[in-house]
Ligand binder design. Structure first.
Ligand code: ATP
Ligand code: MG
Length: 420
């Protein structure tokens, strides 16, 4: 029996890994120019960090978390998301004391879900968090950052920004009561998940994909009727900043985040191009979270990009984004020219060229076949004559140009002139 990877945990073969990296690098570049700083966080945390920081009554903690017993008996969990860890780290290192922070992290997250296209048990996120800033200005900055990154990746027009407000903690409590009062008489008509949520986490019901529940919700009360002036002003402030920045959005009054500590702004970037798994990025303001994890009340806002889904979208829109192809392939006619070939490759790599050196010997014909299959633009041939005369033979593999033999020190300039 051959070994197989665990269900929902994929191997990313080179073409896919390349795509993911291209996407990640572009987003990182945008984070950089916005002045956000990287923080690296452990993959494992005490289970409590997530049960407190994500919430006991969320899908993540209730059914999706990989928890295990540590060798000393403590309960630890593979991180299902990054926000709770990031807050834990900031509190542990005193980063939130009278300070503002703009942070990001990237890496794998783990959730025990039903694997399908765009939904895996190990997946990658880029998470961004901003602490210490209470106003709609930073909410707008976070969305601006997303907008710039998505435009840079060429997927801006394939994504729709949906926003909503959940108001202050008090607004939300009032709304929750109104929603429960509306749904309670229809309890029997709700799907099973929603019935359970009615008692534990009623706002999550708004998120239901169940047709009967959705039909019921059509007449449900709206959060907008329960907002105080301050909450309204926050939301209006965000909307006008977005408009002035030229960022299109739609207000979706049914958009909620399942977590209790969310306040005011919530948002999602969604696409119709990926089927059911349409949410590529999600986030919002979570002014209650830091306190929940033992800190002083501190404003916070952030989002997480699903990198796997974003890479799928990028590929669907423009398959050439991750086209980091090999430039050159060094053919080694005799074993004794190996060091020369490696040195030649090193010279080209210093000039930023991607070069692979042939290994394992063989006749020139079979080496040229390998060169062709590698996708390289040109082959470099080193034989007896070339090595003694400090020359190299350049053979174009994709263009109809004559083969030429030239001094080695002219090669870099020759390639630059060829514009390849
Ligand atoms: P969904 O409703 O799709 O389950 P979510 O609300 O659980 O998403 P978040 O916790 O907000 O997702 O995570 C942010 C982003 O991470 C999502 O918008 C999505 O792009 C991505 N994501 C979440 N879960 C997965 C997964 N299992 N596989 C791949 N990407 C995921
Ligand atoms: Mg989920």
């Amino acid at each position: 029996m051959a070994f197989q990877s665990i269900r929902g945990m994929r191997d990313l073969l080179p073409a896919e890994a390349k795509r993911l990296r291209a996407v990640e690098e572009r987003v990182r570049a945008v984070l950089d120019v916005f002045g956000y700083e990287e923080i690296r966080l452990p993959l494992l945390e005490s289970t409590d960090v997530f049960s407190r920081g994500v919430g006991e009554s969320t899908d993540i903690v209730e059914k999706e978390m990989y928890t295990l017993e540590d060798r000393d008996g403590g309960s630890i969990a593979l991180r299902p998301e990054g926000t709770a860890s990031c807050v834990r780290a900031c509190l542990q290192h005193g980063l939130l004391y009278n300070q503002q922070q703009r942070l990001w992290y990237a890496g794998p997250m783990f959730r025990y879900e039903r694997p399908q296209k765009g939904r895996y048990r190990q997946f990658d996120q880029i998470g961004v968090e901003a602490f210490g800033m209470p106003g709609p200005d930073v909410d707008a900055e976070l969305l601006h950052l997303c907008h710039v990154a998505f435009e840079a990746l060429g997927v801006g027009s394939s994504l729709r920004l949906e926003i909503n407000t959940l108001g202050s903690a008090r607004d939300r409590a009032a709304y929750k009561a109104a929603l429960v009062a509306f749904l309670e008489p229809h309890r029997d008509a709700l799907d099973e998940d929603s019935r359970r949520r009615l008692d534990r986490n009623p706002l999550r019901i708004l998120d239901s994909k169940h047709p009967a529940t959705k039909a019921l919700l059509a007449d449900a009360p709206m959060i907008s009727a329960h907002l105080d002036n301050e909450s309204r002003a926050h939301f209006e402030g965000l909307k006008s900043l977005l408009s002035e920045l030229g960022i299109d959005f739609v207000v979706n009054p049914r958009l909620v985040r399942g977590l209790d500590y969310y306040t005011h702004t919530v948002f999602e970037w969604v696409t119709d191009a990926l089927g059911a798994q349409g949410a590529v990025c999600a986030g919002g303001r979570y002014d209650g979270l830091i306190e929940m994890l033992g800190g002083k009340p501190t404003p916070g806002a952030g989002f997480a990009i699903g990198v796997d889904r974003l890479a799928m979208l990028v590929d669907a829109v423009d398959a050439t984004v991750a086209n980091a192809k090999l430039d050159g392939y060094c053919v080694v006619l005799e074993e004794r020219f190996t060091a020369s070939a490696m040195q030649l490759a090193a010279e080209l790599r210093r000039a930023g060229r991607r070069v692979r050196v042939h290994m394992g010997g063989g006749k020139i014909k079979s080496q040229m076949k390998r060169a062709d299959a590698s996708g390289a633009q040109f082959a470099l041939i080193l034989g007896e004559d070339e090595v003694t005369s400090k020359q190299v033979t350049l053979k174009w593999l994709r263009a109809d140009l004559p083969q030429e033999t030239l001094p080695r020190e002219q090669l870099v300039a020759r390639l630059a002139r060829a514009g390849s």
